[in-house]
Ligand binder design. Structure first.
Ligand SMILES: [Zn+2]
Length: 174
């Protein structure tokens, strides 16, 4: 089992599933690895459109999908995500002590501040420029003008601005 290929392909498959449901096509997978033992511990896609508007991001939903696990188990996993994690998912990654995060792309993300935070806290972060991940999300943005507006005019959305400001806080030197 090629862990990197399996991890990202599982995340992409979940993103596609979310897209087919009419949701935002972002997927994630949590791969357990300990020596020769490698398996998918959890996998999920973003369900903001389908379910609750805030909480079920692909990364947090993957961690939830892993079910009840000891913290040591999470410490032997790598999280694969099609898009660079937001601050909420970054917090979950740190909370569960996930030591490695592999990211499909970050051009549609809020910036690199969360990657910097993860790295500063000792998490290994591998950032790819995966065309499949980029195209999936770009297609969704093009087909959903409301989301596009969110990207183009953040000043219209005070909550988004608030989030930007909270990230400035994260970006402060320690
Ligand atoms: Zn998130």
């Amino acid at each position: 089992m090629n862990i990197d290929q399996t991890g990202l392909q599982t995340a992409i498959a979940k993103a596609r599933k979310g897209g087919k449901e009419g949701g935002c096509p972002i997927g994630a997978s949590l791969i357990y690895h300990d020596g020769d033992e490698v398996y998918v511990l959890g996998a999920a896609h973003n369900e903001n459109t389908q379910k609750h508007p805030n909480i079920p991001h692909a990364e947090t939903a993957s961690i939830q999908d892993a079910g009840s696990q000891k913290l040591e188990t999470f410490q032997k996993t790598t999280l694969y995500t099609t898009l660079s994690p937001c601050s909420m998912c970054t917090g979950a990654i740190l909370y569960f002590g996930i030591p490695c995060v592999v990211i499909g792309e970050d051009i549609h993300a809020e910036g690199r501040v969360n990657i910097e935070l993860l790295r500063r806290r000792g998490v290994e972060v591998v950032l790819h420029e995966n065309e499949e991940c980029k195209e999936l999300l770009q297609k969704f943005i093009d087909e959903n003008p409301k989301v596009r507006q969110l990207n183009d005019k953040p000043e219209l959305y005070p909550r988004l601005l608030e989030r930007e400001q909270s990230q400035v806080w994260f970006n402060r030197p320690p």
